[in-house]
Design a binder for this molecule. Structure first.
Ligand SMILES: C[S@@+](CC[C@H](N)C(=O)[O-])C[C@H]1O[C@@H](n2cnc3c(N)ncnc32)[C@H](O)[C@@H]1O
Length: 246
């Protein structure tokens, strides 16, 4: 790795070591946590946040689709479908963190199909119903994540699809698909991520399955930068809102 790359990683690791503040507004906490690492965010998360490309592929964006990303951060996910931006009807990127949204605006570069919104994922609503809504490693950072899921369901047109990729903890007796974790790992990862405001649990996937018609679930493990030999569980979920697609 180049010296510039190492310095970039050091800036991110310093922010992670400081952690997410516990005082002040949610927007203020996020700005103070992500501000110093905003320019280095994408490079480091490329190795940490697995399954993002696969989730977008499984979400099956169609020409003419209206798409929303909640907790969009730097807008990195745009790169997964930049070649299809022109044929989509609209893409709305929603996030509560100004420093990351500044990166997203730079990335969108005034593209007429892309809207960038500073707003809470639990409340923001589009002008017209969406065909696809997704969250990439955002729900685990939203304290009232069930409100964000309910809000996403309200945004979707009947038959519309939701995609989620995020960290998780296996249920104590294993998941319906047989995904299991040892007792130590089930306690280690939630404790480890809590410092950075990332909440790991098994209820997130459970609530998605309760709230939508499940199309696909994958439960996997990801490597972590600088922690050789350790793997953290994550899931990929695709769900459908009941009703006939228009
Ligand atoms: C781990 S980052 C993921 C960013 C991006 N989706 C990605 O894959 O790189 C979590 C994001 O959730 C955002 N976030 C946290 N709480 C939020 C809320 N209540 N409303 C909107 N975004 C929120 C953070 O600002 C951050 O950008």
């Amino acid at each position: 790795m180049s010296l510039a790359g190492k310095l970039s990683d050091l800036r991110v690791l310093a922010s992670l070591a400081r952690g997410l503040p516990t005082e002040g507004s949610a927007a203020g906490q996020l700005a103070s946590f992500y501000g110093p690492q905003a320019a280095d965010y994408d490079r480091f998360r490329e190795r940490l946040l697995q399954g993002r490309r696969e989730m977008i592929a499984a979400l099956d964006l169609q020409p003419g689709s209206r798409v929303i990303e909640f907790g969009a951060g730097t807008g990195r996910m745009l790169e997964e479908y930049r070649d299809r931006l022109d044929v989509l009807a609209k893409v709305d990127l929603v996030d509560l963190c100004d420093p990351l949204l500044a990166q997203a605006r730079q990335r969108a570069n005034g593209h007429p199909k892309v809207g960038v919104h500073h707003a809470d994922a639990c409340q923001w609503q589009p002008e017209q119903p969406a065909d696809r809504v997704y969250f990439s490693y955002a729900l685990s950072m939203i304290p009232h994540w069930y409100r964000a899921i309910d809000n996403a369901a309200r945004c979707l047109a009947p038959g519309g699809r939701i995609g989620v990729v995020d960290f998780q903890v296996a249920p104590r007796a294993g998941s319906a698909r047989g995904f299991r974790q040892g007792r130590l790992a089930r306690h280690l990862w939630p404790w480890w991520f809590d410092h950075d405001g990332v909440r790991l649990g098994s209820d997130l996937l459970g609530y998605l399955e309760y709230r939508f018609e499940t199309v696909e679930v994958r439960e996997l493990r990801a490597r972590l930068p600088y922690l050789p030999g350790l793997h953290v569980p994550y899931f990929l979920y695709i769900g459908r809102k009941a009703g006939k697609e228009t």
